[in-house]
Ligand binder design. Structure first.
Ligand SMILES: Nc1ncnc2c1ncn2[C@@H]1O[C@H](COP(=O)(O)OP(=O)(O)O)[C@@H](O)[C@H]1O
Ligand SMILES: [Mg+2]
Length: 237
């Protein structure tokens, strides 16, 4: 579905941030990328979305090469990204946020039907449709961000730290929703600090360190890997 090979990427004229990175996301999978701060996890997601400067390597979505395409073209090819922060328009209402996210759909009827489908997945947003996003709780705002990404029925959803800053109970709600999104047919590639919760619901995972692939395996294998435990899960040496 999505395959990254030998990726070297950075920002503008800055140094390479990613060095020879590889990653695969198969259809129907949830795959999680973990790694210390500054490892290049966000940069990897931004590279898929055409926002960084890709210097070497390939990123393919099905048969399509994404490197060199504009973000607009990548979005239209069926990939959506939820950013780590500032992923909703705070001064727009929930409804306006959802509608704005559907800007590439020219048919009004289709936009309406997408909105209905998204609201079926996020019924907790219905009572808040006319409310400005800034007035929502953190969890509700994250649901709006997920809903916005789903307005275009993406095949692949990229999520940058979807649980950041949320209370533990809300984190569980967001992870449950991510599983529901996968069940509805969207493959998911996410970056998470909350390694245990994320690997628990992931088919596979990758550890990124200093812009390089460090480890990879099934979610379960990584959870049980002593090195992952020591580095990321707070288990002793
Ligand atoms: N917009 C940017 N411009 C220049 N350098 C950046 C930018 N964003 C991130 N970086 C640099 O890229 C490296 C990796 O950052 P990032 O991908 O955000 O790491 P992570 O998401 O794993 O915490 C860091 O050295 C960071 O300073
Ligand atoms: Mg990041």
């Amino acid at each position: 579905m999505l395959e990254i090979k030998n990726l070297v990427a950075g920002y503008k004229k800055g140094p390479d941030v990613l060095h020879d990175v590889h990653l695969k996301l198969h259809e129907g999978e949830i795959v999680t990328i973990i790694g210390p701060n500054g490892a290049g996890k966000s940069t990897l997601l931004l590279s898929i979305f055409g926002i960084t400067n890709v210097r070497e390597g390939t990123i393919t979505h099905g048969a399509r090469e994404l490197t060199g395409l504009s973000t607009d073209e990548i979005l239209r090819s069926g990939i959506a990204l939820v950013l780590q922060r500032e992923n909703v328009f705070p001064q727009l209402t929930v409804l306006e946020n959802l509608e704005t996210a559907a800007w590439t759909i020219s048919s009004r009827a289709e936009r309406e039907s997408r909105k209905e489908e998204v609201l079926q997945m996020f019924p907790m947003l219905r009572p808040h449709l006319e409310k400005k996003a800034v007035l929502l709780s953190g969890g509700e705002r994250q649901m709006v961000a997920l809903g916005m990404a789903l307005m275009l029925s993406p095949e692949v959803l990229l999520l940058d730290e979807p649980s950041i800053g949320l209370a533990p109970k809300v984190v569980q709600e967001v992870f449950a929703k991510i599983q529901e999104i996968r069940a509805s047919g969207t493959s998911i590639l996410m970056v998470e600090q909350n390694a245990i919760a994320a690997l628990n619901i992931s088919d596979r995972g990758y550890v990124l360190e200093l812009g390089k692939n460090a480890l990879e395996g099934t979610g379960k294998a990584l959870l049980n890997n002593p090195e992952v435990g020591r580095l990321f899960l707070g288990r002793g040496k």
